[in-house]
Design a protein around this ligand. Structure first.
Ligand code: SF4
Ligand code: SF4
Length: 311
């Protein structure tokens, strides 16, 4: 039988000494949203919806089939890590193969069944968390970190996300939660846009009235997310050796400055922003049918409508 190297978990005082005070609000699993970014779930060259869904399907199926058998879990871990190795964006940032879909179960044919058919609405997280086992056994020492880190670490987003950021995140689809939770620059750019539309600072009570008006723009923005440069995480570019390089922010000094800034902080290259977007109003509001099927036209159009109407 495979031996599981086990760590004693830290008590609350030891956790504070090692990781700092426990955040007052835990962002990892919030309502229907879930993250797992620190488990490496987004550290892949191909972060398209399709690639992510395939990856999570494969992981979840393999880990559920291994069940509570430590030997099988170790074997599954090595197989998944071997298969994913060349698809990882930054090799020095750890990717744990035990992060998968939490809502999935095995049916009698040993296929996955889900609480929701939409892969983008599924909850992600730790498939070997103690809460997943009837005896709450601790198996996270099998991970690419160890149980102490899995149990006690909370990322910097817990410090920087304020309530107004949080309600902006909630405007986006569930599947984009971790992307926006860790991109304070884009959240601040979106807040600037909302405040421009409101003509005043944002308030908590704005959520109900603002959210429906922003919805077309947010939908259009989500449709273009696949066009981002995968190595760009907000204002940082991640090299494959793990080095982070601060991206040089271009001058945004025209009427579309706010939209350009949002796109840039989301990780689009300057080239994409300049070449793909229909920047002139004629281009945007021309009557070609092709335009309505082009996500960039929809994005620009919804942006112009948003800022012209004011919320
Ligand atoms: S990256 Fe932060 S919010 Fe996401 S799961 Fe890890 S600690 Fe939680
Ligand atoms: S074992 Fe740890 S690193 Fe792996 S998925 Fe679970 S919490 Fe994340």
């Amino acid at each position: 039988m495979a031996q599981l190297r086990t760590h004693r978990l830290l008590d609350e005082r030891e956790k504070i000494e090692r990781f700092g005070p426990r955040p007052s609000t835990i962002r990892c699993q919030e309502g229907e949203r879930s993250c797992a970014q620190c488990c490496g779930i987004n550290n892949f060259i191909d972060r398209s919806t399709k690639a992510k869904a395939l990856r999570l399907h494969k992981r979840t199926l393999a880990v559920l089939k291994a069940g509570e058998n430590v030997k099988k879990l170790v074997q599954t871990k090595h197989e998944l890590m071997r298969d994913e190795k060349d698809t990882i964006l930054c090799q020095s940032i750890r990717v744990c193969p035990f992060a998968g879909w939490l809502d999935a179960k095995l049916d009698h044919n040993h296929d996955l069944v889900h609480a929701t058919s939409n892969p983008m609405a599924r909850r992600v997280g730790c498939l070997i968390h103690p809460s997943r086992f009837s005896d709450r056994r601790e198996l996270r020492d099998l991970s690419v970190h160890d149980a102490i880190i899995c149990d006690g670490f909370f990322c910097a987003a817990h410090m920087w996300i304020k309530e107004h950021h949080h309600w902006v995140i909630q405007l986006f689809p569930v599947a984009d939660y971790s992307r926006f939770l860790h991109n304070i620059s884009v959240l601040d750019s979106l807040i600037q846009l909302i405040e421009y539309c409101l003509g005043r600072p944002i308030r908590k009570s704005d959520h109900e009235s603002v959210a429906p008006k922003l919805a077309p723009f947010i939908d259009a923005l989500s449709m273009t997310l696949a066009h981002r440069e995968p190595s760009h995480f907000g204002i940082v570019q991640l090299k494959r050796n793990g080095d982070e390089v601060r991206r040089q922010e271009p001058e945004f000094n025209d009427e579309d400055r706010m939209l350009r800034k949002i796109l840039w902080t989301l990780g689009y290259t300057q080239q994409t922003i300049d070449v793909e977007m229909p920047w002139s109003a004629t281009e945007c509001f021309g009557d070609s049918q092709v335009q309505s099927e082009n996500p960039w036209f929809n994005l620009k159009q919804s942006f112009l409508e948003l800022i012209s109407e004011r919320v």
